[in-house]
Design a protein around this ligand. Structure first.
Ligand code: ADP
Ligand code: ZN
Length: 519
């Protein structure tokens, strides 16, 4: 052990011997050095940065077994295969394993470098008893954001891990996550009992990925354009199984490329076959739910598209991060609509009350990214606590800066129209009222008598739709259960003139921006 500490060449030699790699990447060496030195660590590393190696390497080098807590059986089995392929002595203890007796015997005999376990099992007293029978070298907690209620994927079982860790006070802890904002990071450190000085954050920038975020005006056409423009393997994420099926069929009909679906509703054989075909392919398009991608090692994915808004910036970063892992240019394209945000905001109400503020903040952050007329990369990296340059030169807004326009007055008109009509009418109706349309329904309701009737000039009217979208994305206008628009957060401040509203100026002709900018 002492020898390991003084000899910097040892980890590098092991890196070559076990994995066949010539050099560590990014913060890997820093993390490995800490772990070999027995120091507990939280490593925040983006997807693809090589987190597994930071515990697998010490697992082989250190005497004793490295216990890895991991949330998904499928993920564990992927890791197991990869570790074994490198000659690492590894096993999993899950409900899906028939060989658990043998695994326990191997553990007791000190024959395992790595033992993967699910959190709900790890916290059971029987597991602690097992660990007491042979030395533990390291506790690695994968997907560590699951321990935090602030994280986007809180799992109560992760909270039960602490007593286990604390009953082995001399064993170092290594928490790993790809996605953690500052708040979640601090929480992970506290929850897992790791000191503040144990935080190592890798740079999140993926300079070879070009970010594009466009309004969805005709999703099928926009995605078809994408397939025409970008060769190479690509993933298109859609939110539901039904949308995946529909989109993959329709795209298959209009492109010569192979298009396959992937979602949890397919048989496991079909899923495995489609995944294998994708990994082997050089030009295939996978239309998938977010069930697809975890644990898939395909470095040459050339594009990742989102047919609708992802769940959060964290999810967006992780999903787009599957593009261009080989370092060659790749594109990320998100198509969004105000409806996507309205739907997501409606669903917030169905969550447990205590989780709502966190999820709302996540949605606001995502809306901010979608709406910004400034650099996407800068916004993303700031979200992850970095201090990036103002422009990147490789996102839609840097490459083709949108002109912005101040529309505070118009926003006040739109919000007061929503208010004065009783917060129960959709955009179309409000537009008619504001532009003074000659409309039967408007007259029936007496809305032609309101002070807001006809107060928007034709010139300004074309800004109403993009403005409504922007206000919806920001949550200033919210969709009620009957489809009407009601005032939401910050609407008062805008109405009172305390908050300016700036949006990207739509190109002439009144169509939204993004129309001619298919990435
Ligand atoms: P993460 O879990 O952080 O998403 P992985 O551990 O799956 O990333 O690693 C991503 C890919 O990078 C894998 O194919 C892995 O073999 C490769 N990799 C990891 N470290 C190195 C390295 N030092 N040199 C070359 N390739 C590496
Ligand atoms: Zn940029």
């Amino acid at each position: 052990m002492d020898e390991l500490l003084t000899d910097n060449a040892a980890p590098r030699a092991a890196l070559r011997r076990i994995f066949g790699f010539d050099a560590f990447r990014g913060v890997q060496e820093q993390v490995v050095t800490r772990v070999l030195g027995g120091q507990s660590t939280l490593a925040v590393m983006p997807t693809g940065a090589g987190k597994s190696l930071t515990y697998q390497l010490p697992a082989v080098m250190l005497p004793g077994t490295c216990v890895v807590v991991s949330p998904l059986i499928a993920l564990m089995h992927d890791q197991l295969r990869a570790a074994r392929a490198n000659g690492i002595r590894a096993a999993t203890l899950t409900s899906a394993d028939a060989d658990w007796r043998e695994t326990m015997d191997r553990y007791r005999a000190g024959e395992l470098d790595l033992l993967y376990i699910a959190p709900e099992r790890a916290s059971q007293p029987q597991f602690r008893d097992l660990l007491q029978q042979s030395p533990v070298a390291l506790f690695a907690v994968d997907e560590a954001h699951c321990v935090s209620e602030w994280g986007h994927d809180f799992r109560p079982d992760y909270r039960q891990l602490r007593p286990l860790l604390d009953s082995f006070p001399d064993v170092p802890r290594l928490a790993l996550t790809a996605t953690a904002d500052a708040h979640t990071r601090a929480d992970i450190l506290t929850q897992l009992g790791i000191g503040d000085d144990g935080l190592i954050v890798a740079g999140f920038d993926r300079p070879n990925i070009q970010y594009n975020i466009l309004h969805r005006d005709n999703g099928l056409r926009q995605l078809t354009q994408l397939l025409t423009k970008h060769a190479g393997p690509g993933i298109i994420y859609a939110s539901t199984r039904r949308k995946v099926e529909e989109l993959s069929e329709r795209l298959a009909a209009v492109t010569r490329r192979e298009v396959r679906p992937y979602h949890a509703g397919l048989s496991s054989e079909d899923r495995a076959a489609n995944q294998a075909a994708f990994v082997a392919s050089e030009n295939m398009v996978m239309v998938a739910t977010i069930a697809f991608g975890m644990g898939i090692d395909k470095p040459d994915v050339r594009f990742v598209a989102h047919a609708g808004v992802p769940k959060s910036i964290e999810a967006y970063y992780q999903e787009t991060g599957r593009a261009g892992r080989d370092g060659d240019p790749a594109v990320a394209v998100m198509l969004w609509s105000a409806g996507d945000f309205a739907f997501a905001r409606q669903r917030l109400g169905e969550l447990e009350e205590r989780r709502q503020p966190g999820e709302r903040a996540r949605l606001d952050a995502l809306a901010g990214l979608v709406e910004t007329p400034a650099c996407r990369r800068a916004q993303l990296l700031r979200h992850f606590g970095e201090n990036p340059p103002e422009t990147c030169g490789n996102c839609d807004n840097c490459l083709d800066p949108p002109r912005v326009i101040e529309v505070t007055e118009l926003a006040r008109k739109l919000l007061s129209a929503a208010y004065r009509t009783g917060q129960s009418f959709g955009f179309g109706h409000l537009q008619k009222v504001l532009t003074g349309a000659d409309d039967e329904r408007v007259r029936q309701r007496g809305h032609d008598q309101l002070s807001v009737f006809g107060i928007v000039e034709a010139e300004e009217a074309r800004l109403l739709q993009p403005l409504a979208r922007a206000l919806q994305a920001r949550g200033c206008l919210v969709t009620t259960e009957h489809g009407g628009l009601a005032l939401g957060a910050d609407a008062r401040a805008i109405l009172k003139g305390e908050m300016p509203v700036v949006i990207a100026r739509p190109p002439g002709g009144g169509k939204s921006r993004g129309r001619d900018r298919g990435a």
